[in-house]
Design a protein around this ligand. Structure first.
Ligand SMILES: *[C@@H]1O[C@H](CO)[C@@H](O)[C@H](O)[C@H]1NC(C)=O
Ligand SMILES: *[C@@H]1O[C@H](CO)[C@@H](O)[C@H](O)[C@H]1NC(C)=O
Ligand SMILES: *[C@@H]1O[C@H](CO)[C@@H](O)[C@H](O)[C@H]1NC(C)=O
Ligand SMILES: *[C@@H]1O[C@H](CO)[C@@H](O)[C@H](O)[C@H]1NC(C)=O
Ligand SMILES: *[C@@H]1O[C@H](CO)[C@@H](O)[C@H](O)[C@H]1NC(C)=O
Ligand SMILES: *[C@@H]1O[C@H](CO)[C@@H](O)[C@H](O)[C@H]1NC(C)=O
Ligand SMILES: *[C@@H]1O[C@H](CO)[C@@H](O)[C@H](O)[C@H]1NC(C)=O
Ligand SMILES: *[C@@H]1O[C@H](CO)[C@@H](O)[C@H](O)[C@H]1NC(C)=O
Ligand SMILES: *[C@@H]1O[C@H](CO)[C@@H](O)[C@H](O)[C@H]1NC(C)=O
Ligand SMILES: *[C@@H]1O[C@H](CO)[C@@H](O)[C@H](O)[C@H]1NC(C)=O
Ligand SMILES: *[C@@H]1O[C@H](CO)[C@@H](O)[C@H](O)[C@H]1NC(C)=O
Length: 865
């Protein structure tokens, strides 16, 4: 089971259409860390630390101890000699998975819908604090892959938005928050991880498709740079300590052994200084993945639960037998320890005080093998006052899609309120009643899979609305709820008496290892779940003030009913987390004036979004192929290109007040005149080699050590390397499989587009300033999200792309001048030939407004040389 680019090339040579299959060019050697920019102090400390380590100790840092062998979802070995316990990796991007007394935050998609950088940062800090205090070293998030190419992609909600700029900004703010709190963030999944179907061949076999390899996302270089790589650039600029490589292949080479994406793009061009860890079970080869740029194997085993590893003992052996240059292992360890020092792990560390595998206070410490009974859950409460920020993000991310005749806000004078729909109520099995939220019972406040946290409680809409209505009316309002979606008769009876019918519907999705109602992670359709359309129909036939609230992981089809006159308001509340009901009533009753904007497009049909998910293998028993033929044209860019009218466009959302835009001004900045953009030239330093060479006998299992069964140690069973490896292919002539240049530690040519964390520093110079005036022309204070779009002007370019935004609060009658800037990166295209960014000669234009289709202001961009 070794899949590296060269073997795949050999494999695919046997299939009929081999020549047409996408291919990933080799790129070696793997760039070693330089300690550039604000990594320098951490780097210096890491080099000093790693210089003192033995080979086995370095290897321990790179390899997980095995699935369910320690408390966290992944834990590396430690260095007991120096008092360092193993590093703990823990899901999830919205809070701590598999824990207790922790918060359940709003999902990434809601953070995007709030368009608020400050809230994204605050959520990052709050999540970081919780992980830190539970003893987590690396929080496995945030997510920029999937980006959201497919509206029905199962895990889009874990990330932010199909727009790379909105996602990039939210990635950066979340990362800064998490790392300021003292935990290492992990930008994932790198890259092209756009669907759940076929992401792992084993999983696909589980639902009836016997394929030998994971799906290949075939992405051309321009699309890669202008779309999918973009938010990872922002993550790296924000200093992210780790990146997780993905399950899928890219151009038929596995994400965690793809030298082009890891060595060239991530570590070469973007100068990523942290470490690359594998997704759980995405590691498929030993020496090859190490040379292709992987730095940490998670959770360490060949397949989850196996007693062997591609690394661990094998990595030690590969250095001892001269196949793996020691500088590469040094670089892995230095990258890991640099991230550790950079976020202050040495100051903030506490051992993990919870177990991912049981909620019992006492249980086995090594759950996989039932060894060592002890206290595994200290039940430390880490929630603090985070409920407040959760409630705030929930309400600030609420998108008001329709509001006819001021149906909202409610007044507290309602005499009879009907609450209709299962999505308003509790999960009859309890908020955490389904493992990893793998069901759609009761109100939906997060999707399913590894991107989840246990709720400490879940405020349902029904609870919050009833409490609010009764409190303000002294118990005089009549409030009823029907939460059985097939009790249409009872719903009709209530709706016909109500002065407002609040209807709750949802659509769920999640990760591919759980199937909910026939949805293999990805959604099988874009319609509502659980009879939702009939619930809406029933309510609207009997109540002329029907208000629909949608909880969904992404867009749903609403064509059949959104323009019904009896439906007076529509709210998208996304996946708001534990404070769901509270966040909603704040908006329903006008305590919070909604300012959220939809972070994706609401189309009339699935077809409007472009190519479908790959749900049937299209390459025999070999890797299914997803040719990203839509290029950069996903979401609103696709609708613009095909001239398709959406129902609600990207960036759209109403307020209880109104805003006007005026007075756009574009000013070239001094740097744009100064500005020759310089391609980076020259060579790197040679790879540093740290510490003393190791011998076979230094790395034998120490005498008298207690071996936990199946535990992955870095040591050898005997001085016989072949026997210690146990690999049937051991000793295959390295010339046959070592890619050219892969072990070369001499100075290497630098890439023209490289130079700092995130790429060539010239890309981040501000070239233009843009100002515009925003006026609140209504009668209440409200938040507006000014959005700046740019037309790059070329024939192959989208009509417009988002480049800047902010969220501002303006009192009625007041105006505010919004000032923003455009960088060289913002106005450039990726040029495949020169492998660099260039500003094309095409006339460019800026637009400012409050949605991707409501852009009252525009101005030509003066050209720069
Ligand atoms: C994938 O192949 C395309 C087409 O040849 C190429 O432009 C791109 O750089 C390749 N990407 C990777 C990661 O191999
Ligand atoms: C490394 O070892 C040297 C010499 O043994 C010692 O002086 C130094 O403090 C050690 N540094 C670290 C980071 O352990
Ligand atoms: C590797 O880590 C394991 C688990 O922490 C520990 O038992 C072992 O002693 C470590 N090995 C070395 C060489 O430090
Ligand atoms: C799956 O395919 C492999 C290789 O083609 C074959 O050996 C195996 O028997 C197949 N398994 C099933 C369940 O069809
Ligand atoms: C070494 O890796 C091979 C696969 O390449 C695997 O079969 C073997 O079990 C591994 N050995 C150890 C000791 O983990
Ligand atoms: C809860 O979810 C499970 C799993 O999807 C389902 O079997 C069960 O019927 C649901 N229960 C209720 C009350 O909806
Ligand atoms: C779409 O999928 C949901 C969830 O599985 C299901 O409830 C619904 O009936 C499906 N819609 C259609 C039109 O089949
Ligand atoms: C709108 O609601 C009223 C009841 O208030 C009902 O008589 C009418 O038929 C409804 N209209 C539609 C289109 O359902
Ligand atoms: C809704 O119906 C009620 C009585 O059935 C009527 O008083 C009210 O004006 C109607 N509202 C709208 C918006 O049509
Ligand atoms: C090394 O020894 C352990 C303990 O006896 C055994 O379980 C394991 O299979 C051995 N590893 C190999 C590769 O033979
Ligand atoms: C060196 O060790 C690695 C890891 O066990 C193994 O895959 C490789 O085949 C070995 N190479 C040689 C030349 O012995």
């Amino acid at each position: 089971m070794k899949f590296a680019w060269f073997e795949v090339a050999a494999l695919t040579a046997s299939v009929a259409n081999a020549n047409s299959l996408a291919y990933s060019p080799p790129y070696y050697p793997s760039p070693w860390m330089t300690g550039e920019g604000d990594w320098s102090e951490a780097y210096t400390r890491a080099v000093e630390f790693v210089s003192n380590l033995t080979l086995a100790e370095k290897v321990n840092l790179t390899t997980g101890s095995g699935w369910m062998q320690e408390s966290c979802v992944g834990e590396t070995g430690g260095i007991p000699r120096l008092g360092m316990w193993g590093m703990c990796m823990q899901d999830a991007p919205l809070g701590i998975r598999f824990s207790d007394y922790n918060s359940a935050f709003p999902a990434g998609v809601n953070v995007a819908a709030a368009w608020d950088k400050r809230l994204a940062y605050q959520r990052g800090v709050a999540m970081g604090e919780e992980h830190r205090d539970k003893g987590v070293d690396v929080q496995l998030g945030p997510v920029a892959g999937p980006l959201g190419k497919f509206p029905d992609g199962g895990r889009n909600w874990e990330g932010f938005s199909p727009d790379p700029v909105l996602t990039g900004v939210m990635m950066a703010e979340t990362i800064k928050g998490m790392q300021d709190a003292g935990v290492i963030a992990c930008a994932k999944h790198f890259i092209g991880n756009e669907q759940e179907h076929f992401r792992q061949s084993g999983e696909a076999q589980g639902y009836g498709y016997n394929i030998s390899q994971s799906l290949s996302s075939n992405i051309d270089d321009k699309t890669m740079h202008e779309l999918y790589l973009w938010p990872f650039v922002d993550s790296i600029r924000a200093g992210v300590g780790s990146v997780m490589c993905s399950y899928n292949q890219i151009n038929n080479s596995y994400g965690c052994a793809n030298s082009y994406s890891l060595n060239k793009l991530l570590k070469g061009e973007l100068g990523f200084q942290g470490f690359v860890m594998s997704d759980w079970g995405a590691h498929h080869s030993g020496v090859e993945s190490a040379l292709a740029g992987l730095d940490m194997s998670m959770p360490g085993d060949v397949i989850l639960g196996s007693p062997y590893s591609y690394w661990g003992t094998n990595l030690t052996i590969s250095v001892l037998n001269g196949t793996m240059p020691e500088w590469r292992v040094d670089d892995m360890a230095v990258r890991i320890m640099s991230a550790y020092y950079k976020v202050g792990r040495d100051r903030f560390r506490t051992p993990p005080n919870f177990s991912s595998w049981t909620r019992d206070e006492y249980n086995f410490q090594h759950s996989m093998v039932s060894e060592d009974w002890g206290k595994v859950n200290e039940r430390v409460n880490v929630q603090r006052d985070h409920a407040q920020i959760i409630r705030k993000i929930g309400s600030d991310s609420t998108v008001l899609l329709k509001n006819k005749g001021g149906a909202l806000p409610l007044t507290h004078n309602e005499k009879f309120i009907s609450i209709l729909g299962e999505d308003a109520g509790s999960n009859a099995h309890g908020a955490n009643g389904c493992d990893d939220r793998g069901c759609d019972n009761g109100t939906l406040a997060m999707g399913w899979g590894s991107g989840t946290a246990n709720y400490p409680y879940l405020i349902t809409p029904e609870q919050a609305i009833q409490n609010e209505a009764l409190e303000y009316s002294n118990g005089q309002t009549n409030v009823f709820a029907v939460t059985d979606n097939w009790a249409l008769t009872q719903m009709a009876a209530l709706a016909s008496q109500a002065d407002v019918a609040l209807v709750f519907v949802n659509a769920d999705s999640g990760e591919g290892f759980i199937n909910v109602d026939g949805n293999e992670g990805d959604r099988k359709n874009l319609t509502l779940w659980k009879n939702g359309e009939e619930v809406i129909k029933t309510a609207s036939q009997h109540c002329n003030n029907t208000i629909v609230v949608i909880h969904s992981t992404s867009a749903v089809l609403i064509s059949d009913w959104y323009d019904n006159d009896n439906i007076t308001a529509i709210i998208w509340a996304g996946l708001p987390g534990q404070e769901s009901g509270h966040s909603l009533v704040d908006v329903l009753y006008g305590r919070i004036n909604p300012g959220g904007k939809t972070p994706f497009t609401w189309g009339k049909t699935r077809k409007d979004y472009g190519p479908p998910l790959v749900t049937v293998p299209n390459n025999g028993a070999d890797a299914p192929q997803d040719n990203f033929e839509d290029g950069v044209f996903i979401d609103y860019r696709r609708f613009d290109k095909d001239n398709i009218e959406p129902i609600y466009e990207f960036g759209y959302g109403l307020s209880y007040t109104k805003f006007a835009f005026s007075d756009i001004k574009v000013t070239p900045l001094a740097s744009s005149q100064r500005g020759e953009y310089k391609a980076t030239t020259g060579k790197s330093q040679k790879a540093p080699v740290l510490g003393e060479p190791s011998t076979v006998s230094d790395n034998l299992f120490p005498e008298g050590i207690k071996r936990v069964r199946q535990y992955l140690y870095p040591w050898l069973n005997s001085t016989d390397l072949r026997a210690s490896s146990g690999d049937p292919d051991y000793g295959m002539d390295s010339k046959d499989y070592l890619p050219e240049g892969a072990t070369d530690g001499s100075p290497q040519d630098l890439l023209p587009s490289s130079g700092s964390s995130g790429g060539n520093p010239g890309l981040f110079e501000d070239l233009y300033q843009v100002t515009a005036t925003i006026t609140n022309t209504g009668s209440v204070t409200g938040d507006e999200v000014p959005q700046l779009y740019l037309s790059l002007g070329g024939n192959d370019d989208p009509t417009k792309v988002l480049r800047q935004f902010d969220r501002v609060t303006i009192a009625p009658g007041q105006s505010l001048q919004w000032t923003t800037t455009l960088t060289r990166r913002d106005v450039s295209n990726w040029d495949v030939a020169s492998q660099n960014w260039v500003i094309s000669g095409a006339q460019k234009k800026v637009y400012v407004g409050n949605s991707s289709r409501k852009l009252p202001l525009s101005a030509d961009l003066p050209s720069v040389e």
